[in-house]
Design a protein around this ligand. Structure first.
Ligand SMILES: [Zn+2]
Length: 94
């Protein structure tokens, strides 16, 4: 996954005027693998945590609504992304 994000970042640098978008819903299932319910596509901000791996345990809510963590890479103020958000995951990690 990191490799994909990195290659997207390289292509984004070529066109700095366009807002950078990470679409994590592309070519992925719209149903939660944990709860088997339909998820909704949600626009979220990008967040550069500065670390490569997440310290949080999201095993109970893999599809909760949260910013996309881009690790050490900052994409600018107007960058955003799309994720799948599962209503059951939202309840599990409130
Ligand atoms: Zn879920």
């Amino acid at each position: 996954m990191l490799i994909i994000v990195f290659s997207l970042a390289v292509s984004a640098l070529a066109t700095p005027s366009e807002p950078f978008v990470i679409d994590q819903t592309k070519h992925t299932s719209s149903s939660c693998e944990l709860h088997h319910v339909q998820m909704s596509r949600v626009r979220v901000p990008l967040y550069a945590s500065g670390i490569a791996s997440l310290p949080h345990d999201y095993s109970r809510c893999p599809h909760g609504r949260r910013p996309i963590d881009t690790g050490c890479t900052k994409f600018g103020e107007d960058a955003y992304g799309y994720i799948w958000v599962c209503p059951e995951c939202e309840k599990a990690c409130k």
